[in-house]
Design a protein around this ligand. Structure first.
Ligand SMILES: CC(C)(COP(=O)(O)OP(=O)(O)OC[C@H]1O[C@@H](n2cnc3c(N)ncnc32)[C@H](O)[C@@H]1OP(=O)(O)O)[C@@H](O)C(=O)NCCC(=O)NCCS
Length: 442
């Protein structure tokens, strides 16, 4: 299901929720060069302008690789690379600067069209890479420091700072600095709430991999969310990247480094999908891939204020008889047993582990908000409860189910008899309900 399928009111509600959560925070946009050549570019600029005008602090890092290659080729110069990084010779440097500022200027022009002021600036202090693995990198540099005070002053005036792929030494010598390095350093130094990596190619999906890694794929094969550990697994499957997936691998590497540098959310999005930035930002059903700090950060113990949310998720299931009936008091009494899955401040799945003694725990009340079905939430909740059972020294977990046996089998549970249940549970087993027992030895 995608964000556009939400009812209008739900969408407005979500948009307000996200606006109040993120307004005033810094969002860094690393935009791949092909995006600037794509018909979707003016739409992207309009969306960034809208965000800047509504109180978000927008920072743009334009990638210029392909444009620099074509300018150099036009002037009869060959682009040389070492370890995927351009070697910028003294002769080509003026052309690289010209190309980098040309691309940055495209963004300034695009934002001007939407009446947002932008500043292309010397916000990056750089130093030369020197000789790396026997290759003299000449005028290629890396970020020494992001000048956050200068950027802060520009943002404070409601303007958008644009950071071309050039940095300057303290003595004023310019270096060509890869835009990925600038985006990473800027997001970390500015404490960005999000880094968007905007591309004009298909997003991450099952088809991106020769050999599929152990990560969750949505029904249509897309990868909607990744923890840093899963991102590492994805990168291992892309090593070496199959033809055409080199960019994807580089984007994932940047996302992983940014999340390790403390950026909580990194979004990979395809600019060609109209409104992809707004959907990714204002609805938790974005169209791209989100790399988020930690899977266990999304799952947390239930708080009293969440009870209404989980009852809203469970109510239709209780009505259908899929889940046994519980009211808020029942849940409150066993509050410590429950965990919830939270995405950007709202609860979308839950589950509980009840200790019945004899080394046995019951996994119960597992439910996922239908709008978030089949995105791996239920499975992660169960995995977390199994982890919890292990930590509490249990030797076995079981679930009683009438309609979800296949799902528990998928998770490795096997059918067992009612006699296998711990005594206290056996005594209250509802023979009329005829639930099946599924168990997993730990
Ligand atoms: C069962 C439930 C929790 C699954 O949640 P979810 O977050 O959508 O599930 P996940 O994304 O982790 O797992 C999806 C996988 O399970 C399969 N699946 C989902 N519900 C299933 C069901 N009822 N029976 C069999 N398989 C099911 C999906 O086809 C998918 O398979 P795939 O990975 O091969 O594509 C959810 O459907 C639900 O809330 N059901 C009603 C409550 C319930 O039955 N709870 C269990 C008793 S405590």
């Amino acid at each position: 299901m995608d964000g556009a399928d939400l009812s209008g009111v739900e969408l407005i509600r979500e948009a307000f929720h996200y606006r109040s959560r993120f307004a005033g925070s810094t969002l860094v946009f690393k935009v791949d060069f092909p995006v600037t050549e794509d018909p979707s570019f003016p739409v992207l600029m309009r969306d960034l302008a809208l965000l800047a005008r509504t109180g978000f602090r927008i920072v743009v890092v334009p990638g210029a690789k392909e444009w620099i290659d074509s300018v150099l080729a036009e002037y009869g110069m060959v682009s040389e690379y070492s370890g995927g990084v351009r070697i910028t010779g003294a002769q080509s440097m003026p052309f690289v600067e010209m190309a980098a500022f040309h691309v940055a200027n495209r963004f300034m022009t695009g934002l001007s069209a939407d009446r947002v002021d932008a500043v292309i600036g010397n916000f990056v202090r750089a130093r030369g890479l020197g000789v790396v693995d026997g290759a003299d990198m000449e005028n290629t540099g890396r970020v020494d420091k992001i000048l956050t005070d200068s950027i802060g002053r520009v943002l404070g005036q409601g303007m958008v700072p644009i950071l071309p792929c050039i940095g300057w030494s303290p003595a004023g010598k310019p270096y060509n600095v890869p835009s990925d390095g600038i985006a990473l350093a800027a997001s970390a130094a500015l404490g960005a709430a999000k880094l968007f990596i905007v591309t004009a190619h298909d997003g991450l999906s099952r088809g991106s991999f020769g050999r599929a890694p152990d990560i969750e794929f949505a029904e249509d094969g897309r990868v909607t969310g990744l923890t840093p550990q899963e991102t590492e697994a994805a990168l291992r499957s892309l090593s070496p990247p199959p033809a055409g997936a080199e960019k994807t691998a580089a984007e994932l590497r940047l996302a992983l480094e940014a999340s390790r540098a403390g950026v909580e959310r990194v979004h990979l999005i395809d600019a060609r999908e109209s409104g992809s930035v707004l959907r990714e930002l204002f609805s938790n059903l974005g169209s791209g891939t989100m790399i988020y700090a930690d899977e266990y950060e999304s799952i947390r113990p239930l708080k009293t204020k969440d009870i209404a949310d989980i009852l809203r998720i469970m109510e239709p299931l209780m009505k259908q008889g899929v889940l046994i009936r519980r009211n808020s008091q029942d849940i409150q009494e066993k509050k410590g047993d429950y965990v919830v899955f939270e995405i950007d401040g709202s609860v979308h799945a839950c589950g509980a582990l009840h200790d019945w003694g004899e080394g046995q725990g019951e996994i119960a009340a597992v439910a996922t908000d239908p709008a978030f079905a089949e995105m791996g939430l239920g499975r992660r909740i169960v995995r977390c409860l199994i982890d919890r059972a292990r930590k509490q020294g249990m030797r076995r977990v079981f679930a009683l189910t009438t309609q979800t046996r296949d799902w528990f089998e998928l998770l490795g549970f096997r059918e067992d008899s009612v006699e296998s249940l711990p005594g206290r549970k056996r005594e209250i087993y509802d023979t009329g309900r005829k639930s099946k027992v599924f168990a997993l030895e730990l």
